[in-house]
Design a protein around this ligand. Structure first.
Ligand SMILES: C[S@@+](CC[C@H](N)C(=O)[O-])C[C@H]1O[C@@H](n2cnc3c(N)ncnc32)[C@H](O)[C@@H]1O
Length: 209
């Protein structure tokens, strides 16, 4: 049996970008179309997608009329996202900008976004406090923060050109995520669970500043 290498997000997603992009429909199934509807009218809103990956949601949000900034720590994931934006851009100009950076140290001025989203990101963050603090800082007053928390206790093994890898992951108790948001002065508006049978597979939290 080949040995599984445990790697950080940057290394892991640089190796796994194509694997991730090919499974976007599968990742959608953990949300059941709830994310966009929870965000309401996005026309002319400034939206930051943190850990935007291959742009699974960033592109849809731009199609809904928002100006999107897609931030990620992985250059290969952003490359994949950009290639999709360029394909679309031939017919309409899709307003998606990309930024390299870390969720815990967002390279943006205070109060510069109306909406921040982070889908399937917090599973890769050990301590959510710095990311949530940073999100609060870059949000306008009254702005929305949507975060999803996948129910994953064991990271999957992913086959890459460098062999089998596991990307560093952390399980976060749903109650603890809500408590931390409230402690950091967010108002939690919705806390929904996507279920498969009796089990929850994903938590979707909408809060406001
Ligand atoms: C599971 S993918 C989710 C992609 C996209 N949000 C989606 O819902 O399809 C997680 C993404 O978060 C990025 N990421 C992980 N840790 C990060 C960090 N500390 N700062 C910024 N991006 C990070 C990874 O590179 C990867 O692209």
């Amino acid at each position: 049996m080949s040995k599984i290498k445990i790697v950080n997000s940057k290394t892991g997603y640089n190796l796994a970008a194509d694997y991730y992009a090919n499974k976007e429909k599968y990742w959608d199934s953990f949300e059941k179309d709830r994310v966009l509807s929870m965000l309401g009218d996005l026309k002319d809103k400034k939206v930051l997608d943190v850990g935007a990956g291959t742009g699974r949601l960033a592109l849809r949000i731009a199609h809904a009329g928002a100006q999107v900034t897609a931030l990620d720590v992985s250059g290969e994931m952003l490359k994949n996202l950009k290639s999709k934006v360029h394909k679309v851009i031939k017919s309409i100009k899709l307003p998606v900008e990309t930024a390299s950076g870390e969720a815990e140290n967002l390279p943006f001025a205070d109060e510069s976004f109306d909406v921040v989203i982070a889908t399937f990101l917090v599973v890769h963050l050990k301590d959510l406090r710095r990311f949530f603090d940073e999100t609060y800082r870059v949000l306008n007053n009254g702005g929305l923060f949507l975060v999803t928390n996948i129910n994953q206790r064991k990271a999957p093994a992913i086959k890459t050109k460098d062999g089998l890898i596991e990307i560093e992951s952390y399980y976060h108790r749903p109650e603890a995520v809500v408590e931390l948001l409230e402690e950091l002065a967010f108002s939690v508006e919705k806390n929904e669970f996507v279920k498969e049978g009796e089990n929850w597979v994903n938590q979707i939290i909408l809060s406001s500043k």
